[in-house]
Design a protein around this ligand. Sequence first.
Ligand SMILES: NC(=O)c1ccc[n+]([C@@H]2O[C@H](COP(=O)([O-])OP(=O)(O)OC[C@H]3O[C@@H](n4cnc5c(N)ncnc54)[C@H](O)[C@@H]3O)[C@@H](O)[C@H]2O)c1
Length: 339
Amino acid sequence: MLKIGIVGLGFMGKMHFRCFKSLENIEIKAICDADANQLQDTSGVAGNISGAEEDLDLSNISLYSDLTQMLAEVQLDAVSIASPTFMHSSQSIEALEAGLHVFCEKPMSLNSVDCRRMSEAAQQSGKTLQVGHCIRFWPEYVEAKEIIDSQKYGKVMAATFQRLSHTPTWSWDNCFLDGKRSGGAMLDLHIHDTDYVQYVFGMPKAVFSQGVIGPSQDYDHCVTQYLYDNESVIAAEGGWIMAPGFGFEMNFKIMLEEATLIYSSAQKPTFRIYPKDGEMIKPDIPEGDGYSFEIIHFVENISGKKVLSVITPEQSADSVKIIEAEKESIRTMEKTSIS
Ligand SMILES: NC(=O)c1ccc[n+]([C@@H]2O[C@H](COP(=O)([O-])OP(=O)(O)OC[C@H]3O[C@@H](n4cnc5c(N)ncnc54)[C@H](O)[C@@H]3O)[C@@H](O)[C@H]2O)c1
């Protein structure tokens, strides 16, 4: 039985709770949240992705307001960190140094210096640190990567990714709308596509980005081109300045030599393949979402099962590094190289 502690019981903490709870041989032993009200609020999730779900049952779980005390008093194998972004590095390092495996929400941290400290702490502890880049596990994105890697429809000529949300006004202490604590929409939201671009196409040589400052006082909407040593056109647009009625949508369009792949979270079927020759194909996409699949991966990994490497701490840090380059490009209005 693996003993899990959850850190931060907001929107994503509740998601982690449900994902772990649905697995066998897992016991959620403790939850830590600095805000007592959050530990009282066991209602279904809010936010931009899911609708309301069943209430959480916290009986037989030890509740804490302080991580250090939780780590001292409860015997755990791993913690799952879903606190605001500016806490990720210190809390992850503390848990790793206490000898625990760590699942930590994306973005890994506010800056790449702290990301490096987290990677080093993971190496020194010999424990697993998995950052929650759920899009690497999201079924339609997994399917697209498999098609691209197989080259069955030839090479990628162009790909565009979009991730748009209404303004997130629901977070604890309004953290999302404080760029100093969230990194703004580029680090918080758009990083999902940056990370997927890195996963599929590797590190870009440079980026060119344009963006606009929004309610977080950081860049809250951007369009970025990822530049490689070939002629493909890879771009992503992301932000959270959409009007309240819009909700949330993520999508991509991938133009291969012999087919076009289309995904939209707002359409049914969500994923379509248009081959150059022949009828449109609706591939069978596994039920479930990237949140559950990434936590299954984490659990299998820390249980000693052989799993493919999907996301390393260094790759998560690289995604933060690319976002930093994107912001630099916006500021300088020039292409920014990535070393
Ligand atoms: N993977 C995704 O798709 C996804 C989606 C949403 C959010 N996130 C990330 O998850 C993190 C949390 O976002 P959220 O939407 O759950 O925010 P939230 O505001 O709903 O929840 C944050 C929780 O952390 C708690 N907290 C504050 N200080 C704490 C402390 N010192 N120790 C423990 N808990 C503390 C708050 O009380 C709150 O309950 C952010 O880094 C965000 O970027 C990821």
